[in-house]
Design a protein around this ligand. Structure first.
Ligand code: ZN
Length: 161
């Protein structure tokens, strides 16, 4: 769960894409190489204003800036977001069931809308998995941005005491 990784001193990894063009990595495969290192960012206390953090890029002198939210604010956003996404998905499921079992006009539209809502809700839940209270470039797991900010997978990378 991402919320267990959300800490007052957040361990992140700012990565810089090394290649301008995709590198050939076998038939029908293109690789993008990133370089970067682990950094520790102190989040604001709950109730304090949002912190602006300029990453320390290992490659370039133009690192991106991120808005950093407190642990409590991050957890609140995740809770609201996941609740809303769950409600949307459940409404979609309800619309599908209505379209199948209830004597409604235009059952196909109910089912189609329901499938759309379920898909939307599940997509929103998937987006929330990536959220850890930082807003800025390179946070999505899609595409190949110049900078990417990720939570390191290695759990031993704890901040210095
Ligand atoms: Zn850079």
């Amino acid at each position: 769960m991402p919320s267990s990784k959300i800490a007052p001193v957040q361990t992140v990894q700012l990565m810089h894409r090394k290649n301008f063009l995709g590198r050939y990595a076998g038939w029908n495969k293109i690789a993008w190489d990133y370089v970067g290192y682990v950094q520790h960012v102190r989040r604001p206390q709950d109730g304090d204003s949002v912190y602006r953090w300029v990453g320390d890029c290992a490659v370039c002198s133009n690192p991106p800036t991120y808005r950093v939210y407190s642990v409590a604010a991050t957890n609140r956003v995740l809770k609201v977001w996941n609740t809303a996404a769950g409600v949307i998905a459940l409404l979609g499921l309800g619309a599908i069931l209505l379209g199948i079992f209830a004597p409604v006009d235009n059952a196909g539209a109910w089912i189609g809308s329901g499938v759309g809502a379920v898909f939307l809700g599940l997509t929103a839940i998937g987006l929330a998995i990536d959220y850890f209270g930082f807003i800025g470039p390179g946070l999505s797991s899609s595409g190949h941005p110049l900078h990417r900010l990720v939570l390191p997978d290695d759990r031993d990378l704890s901040p210095p005491a």
